[in-house]
Design a protein around this ligand. Sequence first.
Ligand SMILES: [Zn+2]
Length: 134
Amino acid sequence: MWPYIFQKRLSANKIISRLGIHYVCPWCVVSTTSEEPDGHWSHTPLRQSEPRYICEGCAQDIYGTCNWENFYDNPYHDLVEEAAKKEGLTVLEFRVICLLHQIEIYETDPEWGIPEYLPLKEEILNLITSLKNQ
Ligand SMILES: [Zn+2]
């Protein structure tokens, strides 16, 4: 899996207390807060409607895949295409939002703002530029 920048995960209990109900990941429709109480969840701007939470598996597969330069060679690219379709976005729009979100996390979470991660941030910025020129 290609490295990607991710936010601090939220526990299932946090999701339940925020929403007041158990929650099913809208993308895989497999992960739930009831079956995986220790599961970790992410809040993502890729979701075009509330609630904007996705499971850790989807976050990993989809955020990592969006970072692949040769996106269509990635075995998970169909997952990204399905999620984009569910959100009513083109794959290109979806990838750009995903990459911009990673830059936002990098800029706001001090844990990422160390020299070790700078090359990853630069790769993502280059990818955003090349996608916007498509
Ligand atoms: Zn999921």
